[in-house]
Write a protein that binds this ligand. Structure first.
Ligand code: FES
Length: 408
């Protein structure tokens, strides 16, 4: 197998130290060819595109590990994920395909976490070492974990927050953000959380206790989880919501999930509602596949199409089965550099066909992360988008602008 290391292009590096501060580096830091295990987490997280993978010379020494009780030889100085792939194990970015699930690859979501030397660790950012014991089905007392960050009282809320709560100065929600995402949006609006792999992963119970305390200190009834991508680690999210419901049995308590909906299958939606989810904000990234790929930054067409289709199907299923029981707010992107007005209009028509009662929230994408050359849409542009969507027949349309929300 080709061995890699992370190489820093000094002409692009702005010394922001993101690669030191948020990246879960299992090696000795960027540019250390001898100490790098080629996980690519720093390359994915660098906001300046200053880190590239380069081939490492030589084949490296072999080491001996044990996987599911069997001994095997693999190259040294690679990740556990790469070692398992070397041995024929499959990893996938779409769950339930008979493979291990590794959607974020930066150590944030813990979907790929395995029992490694008796401890739950993410395979994507853990280095193999001689004598390591790996269990790929850690069944014994396995409590899921995940890195969650940024507990806060929120005055605006997210895509799945009802419009009538937005716009005031009071807190509307207690919020927290999950690290790790399966998309690679070049204009990611929350990239320091999305690519964070450093930090202590929490159990669902620990996170639910912390959210309950945050709810109390904010003096609100709504508890939101966003990301990154909140749905990646399914067992974690389901247990978190169940525990949150147990700790907040009052009728006023609302549990809100914001998501890109790219892996939100029907059975997953049913499980979330059963667990206690009351509000959901599926954030659609485009109608056409090439738009979806541009906005999500994905390069694999087949995977992007699977995500795009799943997200639209999720909105259809939610509307068919749960409208009235669960509050549904659908997100749409707008920035003329990323999506045309015509496509936004067609997205509105598609949502109208699903159900005109769905709340639609248009997000004005601003320059962020690696896409700092785009211009944030002017308020007049967002007013035009609002009118187009209202003309499509949608009852509730709100548009995020630099001067607050407009609509409904
Ligand atoms: S895929 Fe490894 S932590 Fe998310």
């Amino acid at each position: 197998m080709a061995l890699k290391y992370a190489w820093r292009d000094r002409s692009r590096c702005r010394m922001c130290h993101v690669c030191d501060e948020i990246v879960a580096c299992p090696g000795e830091g960027v540019g250390q060819a001898e100490g790098c295990v080629g996980c690519r987490a720093c390359e994915l997280a660098c906001p300046n595109g200053a880190i590239k993978s380069k081939d490492r010379l030589g084949s490296g020494e072999e080491i001996k590990i044990r996987v599911d009780g069997h001994s095997a030889h693999v190259p040294g100085r690679i990740t556990v994920k790469d070692a398992l792939e070397h041995l024929g194990y499959k990893f996938s970015k779409y769950p339930g395909e008979g493979a291990l699930f590794a959607p974020c690859e930066v150590g944030g979501c813990y979907s790929c976490a395995l029992k490694i030397d008796g401890v739950l660790r993410p395979a994507c950012v853990t280095a193999v070492r001689d004598g390591m014991e790996i269990a790929t089905s850690p069944t014994d007392l396995h409590v899921p974990r995940r890195i969650v960050e940024g507990w806060m009282c929120h005055t605006v809320g997210g895509v799945g927050t009802p419009w009538y709560l937005k716009g005031g100065r009071k807190y509307v929600e207690a919020a927290v953000f999950t690290c790790g995402c399966n998309l690679r949006c070049p204009q990611c609006q929350n990239w320091e959380i999305t690519y964070r792999g450093k930090g202590s992963p929490m159990t669902p119970e620990e996170a639910a206790v912390k959210m309950t305390l945050t709810r109390r200190s904010c003096g609100v009834d709504r508890m939101a989880i966003s990301g990154g991508e909140s749905t990646l680690n399914r067992p974690w999210l389901i247990q978190y919501i169940e525990e949150l419901r147990r700790l907040n049995p009052d009728e006023k308590a609302r549990i809100h999930v914001d998501t890109n909906a790219s892996i939100l299958t029907k059975d997953y939606i049913d499980e979330l509602v059963e667990a206690g989810m009351t509000d959901v904000g599926p954030d659609l990234k485009g109608l056409r596949l090439d738009t979806f790929m541009r906005i999500s930054g994905l390069e694999e067409r087949e995977l992007a199409e699977k995500y795009r289709r799943t997200s639209w199907d999720a909105v259809r299923y939610l509307a068919d089965k749960y409208l009235g029981e669960v509050f549904i707010g659908v997100g749409i992107p707008y920035n003329k550099s990323l999506i045309s007005i015509d496509e936004v209009s067609r997205m509105g028509e598609e949502i109208f066909k699903i159900d005109s009662e769905l709340q639609v929230c248009v997000l004005d994408y601003r320059p962020e992360f690696r896409q700092r050359d785009i211009v944030r849409p002017r308020v007049e542009e967002m007013v035009r988008v609002w009118k187009i969507l209202k003309d499509a027949g949608l009852k509730t349309v709100i548009c995020q602008t630099e001067r607050g929300h407009i609509g409904p």
